[in-house]
Design a protein around this ligand. Structure first.
Ligand code: NAG
Ligand code: NAG
Ligand code: NAG
Ligand code: NAG
Ligand code: NAG
Ligand code: FE2
Length: 466
């Protein structure tokens, strides 16, 4: 096998294998020569600056926002008050307006074993103008705090928009470096697509939910100002029947609300949104996805609804990757791949982002949908209609990096490296988007891996690989 080079729509097979590979058979792409140690890192201590409780009686904390409808005219604002319920009202006003409007939210609490949550508020603010900066205020009563966000432009085919990609974040010094690198990246992400595994509170005895609170305070510095689009990971399951906690996803679904009803979903664990020129489908690796299940039936109806004239970019988020060549979690996404990969190819999904594996990896455009149990056709092949699969589970949690990889690098794997970092998916227009991966060891502007993606619907013939 050689290395595929592509220029002006012409696929050239350059037989450079012998030059580029030390091994006699060069199957795949690049395995980075960066070597990281496997040391576990610990969570930042409870008295760390990033976990500081805001001053003032009953001051709102853990403020975070997400999209609140299908097109981006609503925002869900969530926060926690520690001492008493206080107010669930959000005051908000457009940057150039004196008129303050108010929206009424709800407040809830939950218990988990012997932990009782603070007062968790969720308030949806509606009828926002597109592409407008809004200020908002929470905690009207004792201690008020003010933040701002910018709504996305109206949904449309050539609307540029920049998404950040973060996964498996946790709350270690590495997690803090990942957020800092995202903040200081000269390419400014406008919304974070989060691919699951948030706080890792389940690493503590009885899943000590105070670590959900510290995590909420840790991410506030970004999550109060731009939406995070949530995907559930295995660390959100919090299944602990021996301690009386047998309802999966309890802390996660109480704390992180999503607009699932806007896409006719029956569960917050799978849903879709449209934002600018992207249609984003969020799936749950840890909910039933076999034939006839609610998630299967929802996805079956959802994919034909995607209008590529309106939203050229079709992005899928899930936690467990369908293609990964790391040894840890190897083939855990296989049964979902068997169920959904053929649909991803049929509907020309542009890119599938996943986490779970604590490292970075990018695939070729490949599919493996021919196998029918006896025909023996069970090897991924180059497929121009297939998505690129990107694993971005490298946020930096307390479990550390995974470094062991299958050898040799399989042909479906284009680039892999065990380092912490984040991604940027920068949509330019209906045909072109630029993806870059930024490792935490580098300067803020450095792209450790990058590629142009040509839209599968609008530019399908330009490139076999991308
Ligand atoms: C919950 O129970 C554990 C184990 O008995 C104990 O260590 C912890 O302090 C308790 N937490 C609260 C908030 O009571
Ligand atoms: C908080 O606000 C309530 C209602 O306005 C008031 O009764 C209470 O005294 C305030 N508490 C503190 C500590 O300021
Ligand atoms: C986290 O990062 C921020 C920004 O770089 C820094 O100010 C802060 O001291 C860091 N905190 C910890 C505990 O690493
Ligand atoms: C798809 O979107 C375009 C642009 O908004 C619109 O003109 C067209 O009617 C839509 N197609 C369908 C089938 O809804
Ligand atoms: C789309 O963006 C790419 C990359 O910036 C650019 O080369 C191309 O000309 C743009 N297409 C149109 C129609 O503007
Ligand atoms: Fe995970």
């Amino acid at each position: 096998m050689g290395v595929r080079w592509e220029f002006d729509g012409v696929l050239v097979l350059a037989l450079l294998g012998l030059c580029l590979c030390a091994a006699p058979v060069c199957e795949g792409g690049i395995t980075s020569s960066y070597v990281r140690n496997k040391d576990l890192v610990h969570d930042m201590p409870l008295d760390s600056d990033v976990f500081r409780v805001p001053p003032g009686y009953n001051a709102p904390q853990q403020v975070h926002i997400t999209q609140g409808d299908h097109v981006g005219k609503r925002v869900i604002v969530s926060w926690v008050t520690p001492d008493e319920p206080g107010s669930s009202t959000v005051l908000y006003w457009a940057e150039n307006s004196e008129l303050k409007k108010s929206a009424q939210g709800i407040v809830l609490t939950y218990k988990y074993f012997n932990y009782t949550s603070g007062y968790i508020h969720h308030c949806t603010i509606k009828d926002l103008e597109f592409d407008t900066k809004y200020y908002y205020e929470v905690g009207n009563g004792n201690t008020t705090r003010k933040f701002w966000f910018r709504t996305p432009p109206s949904v449309g085919p050539d609307v540029p928009y920049t998404f950040g990609l973060i996964g498996d974040l946790g709350q270690t010094p590495d997690s803090n470096r990942t957020l800092t690198h995202y903040e200081l990246n000269p390419v400014k992400g406008q919304t974070i697509l989060f691919v699951g595994d948030l706080s890792y509170a389940d690493a503590y005895p009885f899943h000590d939910n105070t670590r959900w609170d510290t995590w909420g305070r840790f991410i506030e510095r970004i999550a109060a100002y731009q939406p995070w689009i949530w995907t559930a990971g295995n660390h959100e399951i919090d299944f602990l029947p021996e301690s009386g906690e047998s309802k999966p996803f309890k802390p996660y679904t109480n704390r992180y609300h999503v607009p699932y009803k806007a896409s006719q979903s029956t569960s917050p664990l799978w849903y879709s949104i449209k934002r600018a020129s992207a249609h984003i489908i969020v799936l749950s690796s840890y909910s039933a996805y076999g034939k006839y299940t609610p998630q299967y039936k929802w996805l079956e109806k959802e994919l034909p609804k995607v209008n590529r004239t309106e939203t050229p970019w079709l992005i899928v988020l899930m936690h467990s990757p369908l293609y990964s060549s790391y040894i840890h979690h190897y083939m855990e996404g296989e049964s979902m791949r068997v169920m959904y990969e053929a649909w991803f190819v049929e509907y020309k999904v542009d890119v599938v982002f996943a986490g779970h594996v604590h490292a970075y990896e990018r695939s070729e455009r490949i599919s493996n949908i021919a196998y029918n149990i006896v025909n023996g056709i069970c090897t991924p092949i180059s497929d121009p209609s297939a998505p690129v699969y990107i694993t971005i589970g490298d946020g930096g949690n307390l479990e550390g990096l995974v470094t062991d990889m299958t050898q040799p690098q399989p042909s479906y794997s284009a680039y892999r490296e065990a380092s912490f970092g984040h991604g940027i998916f920068d949509i330019k227009n209906r045909t072109h988007a630029f993806f870059s991966w930024h490792r935490n060891q580098d300067g803020y502007a450095v792209e450790a891996d990058s590629l142009w993606l040509h839209n599968r619907y609008w530019k399908p013939s330009l490139s076999m690989t991308y």
